[in-house]
Design a protein around this ligand. Structure first.
Ligand code: SF4
Length: 430
């Protein structure tokens, strides 16, 4: 089968989106392409931003290819599934441009995973995949009747049919990915990196997926949930190929980059720098030293709240006190040029205390951001605590709550975000 995998041309005007706006490698489609080709299918992989092609041009490419199935993503890459733009206007724009020319139309991403019916209505596509998508895309391409494939939802006679639950990929054996040289040549973005010693292109890699914790704000109930570790030899083979193509920095998109000696020791041997997101309470001082030796130049540590009460409220299950956490962050900073303590706005946190700890950490070289507000994504425990299982109005409800709850927005948002209905004016109503 001819399958087109299209990461649309992302734009974010008026969005609450607080993820990074630079282009990144669409890892989910990288895996899907490898699996589809191994199964004998022909694949056209497209990325609007990396190829600098608008949605119309992408749609032309798909039509010219003669796709029998076209898959579009509703989040810019796996890295941002947990904080995706809530609005579906970008994938909808791509699908509108494509019309009937792409064969079976399929949407993947956090939206269809959590709220399949609303997503089908808003996008007007044939089906959505629920959960992690690479195996399901491959099964759809090989199915005699796609309606029998597990982990999908579609409309039949105006009623939504959902085949089983959201899927999780086994992930452990995922093969080393390879990327077009021309994509890497424009990938000069070194994700979440703030030191000056840059060389080579940037790239994203996944060494593990999921996380054993259940922080209340973390949108991963329907995907990227259980912790799995990819075979280290595959990760290293992928990194070696990237280095050979001129990559000098990789960002591990892992939800939680846990201490893993064999991987770090292999990285010590290689001329590569990298960034991670992790929990600082899980690192021992000697492993932090190895992390620095391995080439880590950026740590984003999810401290989330500066008080034990605040961390409990966020269900962080962290055994250490604020002093011990601060100590570890400062130790990490001795080996890694940029260390960030990620803070979330928690009512339990007294503003004076927040200022004290932010200043203390910053005086010791650790960046602690202004606490950012929480968006209760439909796949988060917070959403379900507030409103139960997500329904067709879940994104509207979360959005409204978010806009109302916070008068002041995070320092990374430079404009007043718009209501979802305005952002999705071009989508069908749910
Ligand atoms: S530790 Fe990080 S990835 Fe894990 S549940 Fe908490 S916020 Fe999510």
């Amino acid at each position: 089968m001819k399958v087109a995998l299209a990461n649309p041309y992302w734009t974010y005007e008026g969005s609450i989106y607080f993820g990074c706006r630079a282009p990144h490698l669409p890892l989910e489609f990288g895996y899907a392409k490898a699996m589809l080709e191994a199964a004998g299918h022909e694949v056209l992989l497209l990325d609007g931003r990396l190829q600098d092609r608008g949605n119309q041009r992408l749609a032309e490419d798909v039509a010219q290819f003669g796709a029998q199935m076209t898959v579009v993503s509703t989040a810019p890459t796996y890295l941002f599934w947990r904080c995706a733009p809530p609005e579906l206007r970008v994938p909808r724009d791509f699908l509108d441009s494509l019309g009937e020319r792409g064969g079976l139309t399929v949407a993947v991403g956090p939206h269809g995973s959590a709220t399949p019916e609303a997503t089908l209505s808003k996008l007007g596509c044939d089906l959505v995949i629920r959960g992690e998508c690479e195996e399901t895309i491959t099964r759809l391409a090989g199915a005699e009747d796609w309606k029998n494939v597990d982990g999908i939802a579609y409309f039949e006679g105006g009623i939504v049919v959902a085949n089983g639950a959201a899927q999780a990929s086994p992930f452990v054996d995922h093969p080393p990915l390879s990327w077009p040289a021309e994509w890497l040549a424009v990938h000069d973005h070194h994700h979440h990196r703030f030191d000056d010693d840059r060389k080579g292109y940037g790239a994203e890699v996944e060494a593990s997926r999921g996380c054993p914790y259940n922080c209340s704000f973390c949108a991963k109930i329907d995907y990227r949930d259980a912790y799995r570790r990819r075979k280290v030899e595959h990760v290293i083979a992928e990194i070696d190929a990237l280095i050979a193509q001129g990559v000098g920095y990789i960002y591990f998109i892992d939800e939680i980059f846990l201490p893993q000696k064999p991987l770090l020791e292999a990285l010590v041997e290689r001329d590569i720098q990298f960034g991670v997101q992790t929990r600082i309470d899980l690192w021992k001082p000697e492993m932090l030293e190895l992390l620095g030796k391995a080439g880590c130049v950026s740590i984003e540590a999810g401290l989330e709240s500066l008080t034990v009460e605040g961390r409990e409220m966020l269900a962080k299950r962290c055994k250490l006190g604020t002093e011990e956490l601060a100590e570890l962050l400062i130790k990490a900073r001795k080996h890694v040029p940029f260390v960030q303590a990620n803070l979330i706005g928690v009512v339990e946190d007294d503003p004076a205390l927040v200022t004290y700890w932010r200043t203390y950490l910053q005086d010791h070289g650790v960046w602690a951001n202004e606490p950012v507000p929480l968006y209760p994504y439909p796949s988060s425990p917070d959403y379900r605590r507030l409103w139960g299982e997500p329904d067709n109005q879940a994104w509207e409800r979360a959005h409204e709550h978010y806009l109302k709850s916070f008068a002041a927005f995070s320092d990374i948002q430079d404009q007043q975000p718009l209501p979802l209905r305005k952002l999705e004016a071009a989508c069908c109503s749910a």
